[in-house]
Write a protein that binds this ligand. Structure first.
Ligand SMILES: *[C@@H]1O[C@H](CO)[C@@H](O)[C@H](O)[C@H]1NC(C)=O
Ligand SMILES: *[C@@H]1O[C@H](CO)[C@@H](O)[C@H](O)[C@H]1NC(C)=O
Ligand SMILES: *[C@@H]1O[C@H](CO)[C@@H](O)[C@H](O)[C@H]1NC(C)=O
Length: 404
């Protein structure tokens, strides 16, 4: 646990700095249907998407599959421990995503994006559509896709960092457009977790592509949320994502990590690895400001979030503390926590919620095997601890997507 302790200390130091320099830096509760399946990537050298079906009771079933992406995973370098990063090999949320019946997954080790069709009869049956397309950035770690616009956008965080998009059809992905560059001064693989791209995702109305980028308070390097305008297609013009972003560095945030849109609201719930969680709202629909924020005590790094439709609250996770913390969508105040330490995992990364349940990935650490913990959001209890070794999933695993 040396590395995690160090991470904890470092982030605690950062938090002190942030606090010392605050300027530097819908839903019917009874109508929630269970998901059909969850997906993650092994992110191993021979990268694969692992699919696990969800039963009618909301629990994971043992008939999962593994489908090669025809690409390679990779690992970031952890500058706090001077070791190859794992768990949390990519320092990202959403390394794979779903739009309609298509699934998209990044290959960080070979700078490409793979696209699959999900069989509507059997959500664990994936068929690759076309060939993986080259991404102009290096070390892609996060992907967003819009069924409405038929477009997928990838965030890369290596020596060439930024966001690039490609349209897709039933035949596969088109060519990626020009990289919207971020001047991070990174290497390939990147040295993080600070100063790396965290997540890309579309707004609910499809008009904005958001990207979170972690700052590095030890280098006076401010993190930001980049908002790119999305222009819907017209009779004469294909859909396009603006090359220019509106950049916000909401006061009091520093290491913006995973985030989630909210049903029936334009606000975002964001995690910040340096302190906990925040609700962002948008001034005149553009500049992000903090509507509420809350420190998660005892954290090492709060980095991933999913909003439960059952409770209308955010569940956040930490790679170094095995619990889920439940936070308000109004002001990020802490509503409770689900202590999961009894299952023996070191901590949790990416997660998704559907029906009454929250599904969170622990890649393990090589000693502890990878597992998904399923929590009932209403009763705040673990209802399943599903181990992943038999599906070939180890400590490099990343991401989670859920088919509704
Ligand atoms: C990591 O390496 C750098 C450069 O060699 C060194 O300054 C730092 O103390 C090392 N950190 C740890 C935790 O070993
Ligand atoms: C950090 O950056 C801010 C804003 O650019 C600047 O005002 C401040 O002097 C910088 N501090 C250090 C220690 O470099
Ligand atoms: C892996 O995690 C378990 C549970 O937290 C811990 O007991 C073990 O020491 C960890 N192993 C390594 C290699 O970090």
């Amino acid at each position: 646990m040396y590395g995690l302790t160090l991470l904890s200390l470092s982030l605690a130091t950062i938090m002190d700095q942030v606090l010392a320099r605050p300027t530097s830096c819908g839903m019917g509760a009874t109508q929630n249907k269970n998901g059909k399946a969850i997906y993650l990537i092994t992110n191993d050298n021979t990268n694969a998407v692992v699919s696990i079906p969800i039963g009618e009771d909301g629990l994971l079933q043992t008939t999962g599959t593994s489908t090669a992406t025809a690409g390679a995973g990779s690992n970031s370098f952890d500058g706090l421990t001077n070791q190859t990063a794992a768990p949390d090999a990519l320092f990202s949320q959403s390394s794979l995503t779903i739009a309609g019946n298509n699934l998209f997954a990044v290959n960080a080790g070979c700078n490409s994006l793979s696209m699959f069709a999900i069989d509507p009869q059997d959500p664990t049956k994936l068929t690759m559509v076309g060939k993986p397309v080259a991404v102009p950035g290096e070390f892609p770690t996060t992907v967003a896709a819009s069924a409405e616009h038929q477009i997928a956008c990838v965030g890369s965080t290596g020596a060439k960092a930024g966001v690039s998009c490609a349209s897709f059809s039933a035949k596969g992905l088109g060519a990626m457009d020009d990289l919207r560059e971020f001047d991070l001064g990174q290497t390939t693989p990147p040295v993080g977790p600070m100063n790396t791209v965290s997540q890309v995702a579309f707004s609910n109305d499809g008009k904005t592509l958001f990207t979170t980028v972690k700052g590095d308070p030890t280098k006076n390097n401010t993190g930001f949320l980049a908002s790119f305008h999305v222009q819907a297609c017209t009779k004469t013009k294909a859909v396009s994502v603006s090359q220019k972003a509106v950049m916000s560095s909401p006061a009091g945030t520093a290491v913006l990590f995973g985030f989630s849109t909210m049903k029936g609201s334009n606000n975002l719930f964001v995690t910040d690895a340096s302190f906990g969680g925040a609700v962002l709202s948008f001034d005149q629909g553009i500049l992000a400001t903090v509507q509420g924020k809350e420190v998660v005590y005892g954290q090492t790094a709060t980095c991933w979030v999913a909003i439960s439709p059952a409770t209308n609250t955010a569940f956040v996770t930490d790679v170094g503390v095995n619990r889920m913390v439940e936070m308000s969508l109004t002001d990020a105040s802490i509503q409770g926590q689900v202590d999961l330490s009894a299952n023996g995992d070191p901590g949790l990364i990416d997660l998704r919620a559907a029906g009454d349940f929250v599904y969170a990935l622990s890649p393990g650490n090589g000693t502890t095997q990878a597992a998904v913990t399923v929590v009932n959001a209403m009763t705040k209890e673990q209802v399943q601890h599903f181990q992943l070794q038999d599906l070939g999933v180890g400590k490099n695993a990343q991401g989670m997507a859920l088919l509704e």
